[in-house]
Design a protein. Structure first.
Ligand code: PHE
Length: 455
């Protein structure tokens, strides 16, 4: 008997498990580190309004498309297109998805390794008594090293692999059901502490006051690109997860819940960070350093800073972990189903391969920083290739597949769970995936290429 008999396929056991896993994938470093910073840089409130429009009009329909494809095909991202169409072209989505998973998980592992180091430093109260310069040097010295970041990266990948080996019920669902509520509790605690800081109101204003004069065409493109990254769209993570959905999972409601939760957490992260940044006169647009260099400064100055710092880096680590398992699952499902090998072997093989490419990313900050294409090191190249090219292109193809290629009755069957739920917005949905999503996404894609060409 084949090792991967589809009728014996693993799957989620509850609605809450599905929401925990899917929001676990969506909520990650993108929400807690990237969103506050790019929102701040692009005019705060005005940017957030544009981003919300993209989440609703493009993010949710593309997410629904991935769910429809995954649950209908009940296979990994490559197998899904093999099964749904005889035309070989669409398998390209699967190939791009697996490639994007490799690239994203590689640099995700690098940032996760920094998170582990900072969690330990927080525990040891190592930020205490250090000046801003000393904290910056501390980050540079650590991240440019060759041993420690690599060891933490291996540890993080091993933890990710451990959960993925367990499968869906006994791995991904089991752990995300514990980790996601934990994340919510931590972030709410951080928000309460941050909002009550004296001088924090300025942070509120910065984040929510819509100043449209700061919006440029680039901010609009950034907002769309980030909507993709933050919702884990365009590379088959959600196709793979949906292949384990139950018959009665409501695809429309699940998409709205996941997108809603992801957005709320991004806003809560901004609320935890900016009031503190303003209360202590730090630089709001400090970019990648914001979390690792600026925040430790603030922890030192604020009441309860010791606990706050531990909880913050724990939050970051948990968010990174529940996203990284979803990325690894894309490759593991692909390898185990297409090559017909056991989940355990597929996971070990995948984890080792991605750890190797990931170490290249980590070392590209320090020892391998001389290897560059244009001004970009390996870490940047992986990020640009995945986020600016593969995700938008994948998302565009997925929406075109649903809008133009998939039979309409399959779409309505999946959205209505074979007639058991009343359909409300099918016409709007078809319009969005047929026209609006492909056109808008192609803008991001062209922008991504343009960025590379002019640099
Ligand atoms: N959505 C995750 C985040 O915001 C990143 C991610 C991208 C995860 C693509 C899976 C796929 O951090």
């Amino acid at each position: 008997m084949a090792k991967n008999d589809l009728s014996k396929r693993d799957g989620f056991t509850s609605k809450f498990g599905i929401i925990a896993a899917a929001t676990g994938s969506a909520i990650g470093l993108g929400n807690i580190w990237k969103f506050p910073y790019i929102a701040g840089e692009n005019g705060g409130g005005a940017f957030i309004i544009i981003y919300l429009v993209f989440i609703i009009l493009i993010g949710v329909p593309v997410m629904m498309s991935e769910f429809i494809i995954g649950r209908k095909a009940k296979q990994n991202v490559f197998g899904a297109f093999k099964q749904l169409t005889s035309h070989g072209f669409w398998k390209i989505i699967g190939i791009m998805g697996v490639l994007a998973a490799f690239l994203i998980l590689s640099f995700y592992g690098t940032v996760a390794s920094w998170t582990i180091e900072y969690l330990i430093l927080a525990f040891k109260n190592s930020f205490s008594g250090k000046s801003a310069d000393e904290l910056a040097t501390m980050f540079d010295t650590f991240s440019q090293g060759a041993i420690k970041p690599v060891i933490w990266q291996i540890l993080f990948m091993a933890l990710t692999a451990y959960i993925v080996i367990g499968g869906i019920k006994k791995g991904i669902e089991k752990y995300t059901k514990i980790l996601m509520p934990m994340l919510l509790v931590i972030i709410i605690y951080l928000d309460i502490t941050a909002i009550t800081l004296k001088g924090g109101v300025e942070g509120f204003r910065f984040l929510f006051y819509p100043n449209f004069s700061l919006i440029t065409s680039e901010s609009i493109i950034d907002a769309l690109g980030h909507a993709f990254f933050t919702l884990s769209l365009g590379m088959g993570v959600l196709i793979t997860y949906a292949s384990y959905f139950q018959k009665d999972t409501n695809i429309t409601n699940t998409s709205i819940s996941v997108a809603g939760a992801d957005t709320i957490i991004a806003l809560l992260a901004g609320l935890a960070i900016f009031p503190a940044v303003f209360a202590f006169n730090a630089e709001p647009a400090a970019g990648p350093g914001l979390v690792f260099m600026t925040l430790p400064n603030i922890f030192e100055l604020m009441p309860g800073g010791y606990i706050f710092s531990i909880l913050f880096f724990l939050l970051l680590a948990v968010a990174a972990l529940t996203s990284s398992i979803s990325i690894m699952e894309v490759v593991v499902a692909f390898v185990s189903e297409e090559k017909n090998i056991s989940r355990k072997k597929a996971t070990i093989f995948t984890a080792i391969a991605i750890t190797i490419t990931g170490i290249l990313c980590t070392l590209s900050i320090g020892p391998l920083s001389h290897i560059k294409i244009a001004e970009y090191n390996i870490f940047d190249i992986f990020d640009i290739l995945a986020s600016n090219i593969l995700l938008p292109l994948g998302g565009m193809l997925i929406s075109i597949f649903i809008g133009w290629k998939m039979k309409k009755h399959i779409i309505t069957d999946e959205l209505s769970n074979y007639g058991t739920i009343q359909l409300k917005f099918v016409k709007l949905f078809i319009f969005l995936v047929r026209y609006l999503a492909p056109i808008a996404i192609s803008f991001v894609f062209v922008h991504g290429l343009w960025d590379i060409l002019i640099n």
